[in-house]
Design a protein around this ligand. Structure first.
Ligand SMILES: NC(=O)c1ccc[n+]([C@@H]2O[C@H](COP(=O)([O-])OP(=O)(O)OC[C@H]3O[C@@H](n4cnc5c(N)ncnc54)[C@H](OP(=O)(O)O)[C@@H]3O)[C@@H](O)[C@H]2O)c1
Length: 293
């Protein structure tokens, strides 16, 4: 898999990373999780993205990849969920970094995001200062922001963050229009979240989960001209090779699905005629759609 410079962070990232969002579920078979995480490294997926809110994901990554620490770019998210501390305060961010280090069994974290806090919180400064202090202390290599819209634009323009994480998929292109080009210009690394648009083409009926429901409606409104393309291939190649994206995060619990996504991304960018057809449909119906957090 192609390795790319991640903005001006000094990190090198693969064009497909593993989104650990689905790895929090206690009901998952631990051996399957191990096969996925170790298999990821075997197929070149050397970046793994977690968060405090992803259930058991951080513990599992620590358990199975802890001894391979030097081969992995570890990404996670903080800002909430520390017992005894109010969310979105400096002490909560500082303690959140320490707790993530313990759960991930790591001496340092490569990318740590403020996880979708609103613009007012970013502007207040205390939360950002706590994250930057963790960088100075050598606990975190790259301070990052994860989110959409105004807060994302502010984060990119602030010059305080080395990386951002934002939604990029066939159903979600808001950031591709301005935040990602601005990030590219400033040397800010970009992780594409929800890169498969949660794979909504697989659902026959309206899903009940709000974010899935939103993408499902968008997918139907787009009515993409598939012209024989497998939607998975369109989705993976679109996100992994979108201009300005360093690494597209694919969320899965199954090694076979990750391997397939890598194989498709390795085919390179979509051909110009396929991209033009996707662009035309998005312009026609999706131009005003906001990024889904
Ligand atoms: N910062 C944030 O607020 C935020 C929000 C959302 C996501 N994220 C990050 O972005 C990552 C990716 O987003 P996501 O997990 O929400 O959604 P996603 O990657 O867009 O889609 C995940 C879905 O696609 C399916 N899938 C994966 N590979 C497949 C394949 N080869 N064939 C068919 N289906 C496949 C998975 O099912 P199977 O498990 O069956 O493979 C899963 O249901 C997350 O894991 C997380 O790291 C961050």
């Amino acid at each position: 898999m192609t390795a790319r410079a991640f903005g001006r962070t000094g990190l090198v990232v693969p064009h497909v990373g593993l989104g650990a969002g689905p790895l929090g579920d206690p009901a998952l078979d631990e051996r399957e999780v191990e096969i996925l995480l170790l298999g990821a490294l075997d197929v070149g997926v050397t970046l793994v993205d977690a968060a405090r809110s992803y259930g058991l994901a951080e513990e599992r990554i620590g358990r199975h990849l802890g001894r391979h620490r030097s081969k992995v770019v570890l990404s996670t998210k903080v800002g909430y969920g520390v017992e005894g501390l109010p969310d979105w305060t400096g002490p909560c961010v500082a303690a959140g970094v320490d707790a993530a280090l313990r759960r991930l069994r790591a001496d340092w974290l490569d990318i740590v995001h403020l996880h979708s806090c609103p613009l007012e919180t970013l502007r207040r400064g205390d939360v950002l200062t706590a994250l930057l202090d963790a960088v100075v202390a050598g606990k975190v290599r790259v301070a990052a922001y994860s989110g959409e819209g105004e807060a994302l634009a502010w984060a990119v323009a602030s010059g305080a963050f080395g990386a951002v994480q934002t939604s990029v998929s066939l159903c979600d292109r808001a950031s591709l229009a301005s935040a990602i080009p601005a990030a590219r210009e400033r040397g800010v690394g970009v992780l594409a979240k929800r890169a498969l648009g949660n794979g909504v083409w697989r659902y026959g009926e309206h899903p009940s989960q709000p974010d899935l429901a939103e993408y499902w409606q968008r997918w139907r409104a787009l009515g993409l001209p598939l012209q024989g393309w497998d939607p998975l291939e369109l989705a993976v190649r679109f996100a992994a090779h979108a201009p300005g994206v360093g690494c597209a995060l694919v969320g899965t619990t199954r090694f076979e699905n990750l391997r397939r996504a890598v194989e498709l991304a390795d085919r390179g960018p979509l051909p110009p005629d396929a991209l033009a057809a996707l662009d035309e449909r998005y312009r026609a119906v999706g131009a005003a759609w906001p990024g889904v957090v």
